[in-house]
Design a protein around this ligand. Structure first.
Ligand code: PEP
Length: 255
């Protein structure tokens, strides 16, 4: 599969960090550091930071995304934000199915699928997270878990809509733990995800989908992970909160 068929995407996931003023400050610090990137650069930020982040990123190559969206257009869902709401304020990307949402907020493959559908219907680009638990890796069922998560999340998504899907393979045991999958492990699972996409759609369609790795990617390990044939970028948590570290990852993806 030819890596040059797809553009690398480095996306930050700020999780529940940064006030609007802090968001502006770090984006202003990041802008000159990532200006020459030969990859897409996205920051997915808490809802309340979106306006400040957009203002700070205006005129730069940094795009702003959200960390989730609800499947309904509107209604009695206290505390939730819908895909049309995000679209209305100029958001371009949204993370769906992050393992922290699955673990702490009861999201299932089915609700992930509904959120993916809603995001696509609003014209957002989805960063769809899949990945196995440590126990699942130990039991040797990583591929089954990731295949099934991918298949269910993409039910009802057409071939044409695949252009708006980025998949992030994020082994749950590697998120925020400092423990990273080896480059070989990341590539092996990303390759398997591409094979599933080939089965659902077609091998040529699959070869165009950006598949990121996420899980304690940092300034030190990024180059090796990103050099893998099937690793087309990264979803970065902790290291996206540090301008210098994030820019090193962006540079590693730009080679
Ligand atoms: C994430 O939140 O998606 C993530 C990969 O976090 P970290 O880089 O901190 O492991």
């Amino acid at each position: 599969m030819d890596k040059s068929l797809r553009k690398a995407v480095i996306a930050g996931n700020w999780k529940m960090n940064k006030t609007p003023d802090e968001a502006k400050a770090i984006i202003n610090e990041m802008k000159p550091l990532v200006a020459d990137a030969d990859c897409d650069v996205v920051l997915c930020v808490p809802y309340i930071d979106i306006f400040a982040a957009q203002e700070a990123a205006a005129g730069s190559n940094i795009k702003i995304g959200a960390e989730n969206c609800h499947w309904a257009e509107s209604g009695a869902f206290t505390g939730e934000v819908s895909a049309p709401m995000l679209k209305a304020i100029g958001v371009e990307y949204v993370i769906i199915g992050h393992s922290e949402r699955r673990q702490y907020f009861g999201e299932t493959d089915e609700t992930v699928n509904k959120r993916v559908r809603a995001a696509l219907d609003s014209g957002l680009t989805v960063i769809l997270c899949v990945g196995e638990l440590l126990d699942e890796r130990k039991k040797g069922v990583t591929m089954e878990v990731v295949r099934s998560q991918t298949k269910i999340a993409l039910q009802g998504v057409s071939n044409e809509e695949l252009d708006k899907i980025i998949i992030a393979y994020e082994p749950v045991w590697a998120i925020g733990t400092g423990e990273t999958a080896t480059a070989e492990q990341a590539n092996e699972v990303n390759h398997a995800i591409r094979e599933v996409l080939g089965e659902i759609y077609c091998p040529k369609c699959a070869s165009r989908v950006t598949i990121q790795y996420g899980g304690s990617m940092n300034a030190k390990n990024a180059a090796e992970l990103l050099a893998q044939e099937d690793v087309d970028g990264g979803l970065i948590g902790g290291a996206s909160l540090k301008a210098e570290d994030f820019s090193v990852i962006v540079k590693a993806a730009s080679i």
